[in-house]
Design a protein. Structure first.
Length: 153
């Protein structure tokens, strides 16, 4: 743990997160007042961070979707998502897009990043990798469902 002296003043979390993303080799696509949109392992993530709090929200938006009127595919997706949520430590949540008639999935983590704790970059990498692994699991399981479903047609 770093010294108490380094712990004075506001957390400057957003600036710190930007440094961590650069350290991890992430390609930052967009920086806003509220955070970053960036590429990690081929996926586009959104990270929300503010300088007044160490709390950070990580989202992997719309990594998979099914047609909103395909009940069988939704039921299969729901089963796969439940398994992923149990085993990967990531929250996978649903969003209904009525305009495009689809139900999309988002990976989600809420973490605290402190400049004063060594290993923050490795911790952030682990959180991002966890979301990504969960998404890959869902995509793989849904591909199995889709392949079996097509074979039945």
């Amino acid at each position: 743990m770093k010294s108490e002296k380094e712990n004075s003043g506001p957390p400057q979390t957003k600036e710190f997160v930007g440094q961590l993303l650069a350290e991890l080799g992430c390609n930052i696509l967009n920086e806003t007042e509220g955070g970053f949109t960036f590429n990690f392992q081929g996926g586009t993530f959104i990270l929300t961070a503010h300088d007044d709090s160490p709390q950070v929200f990580i989202s992997y938006p719309h990594f998979y979707s099914v047609a909103g009127d395909d009940l069988d595919a939704f039921i299969a997706m729901q089963r796969v998502v439940n398994e992923a949520n149990k085993h990967f430590g990531t929250s996978i949540v649903y969003e209904s897009d009525t305009e495009d008639n689809e139900i999309a999935l988002y990976g989600w983590r809420e973490v605290f990043l402190f400049r004063e704790i060594d290993g923050a970059a490795q911790f952030l990498r682990a959180m991002l990798s966890g979301i990504f692994r969960a998404a890959l699991y869902v995509e793989g399981e849904m591909e199995k469902y889709s392949s079996g479903h097509r074979a039945e047609d």
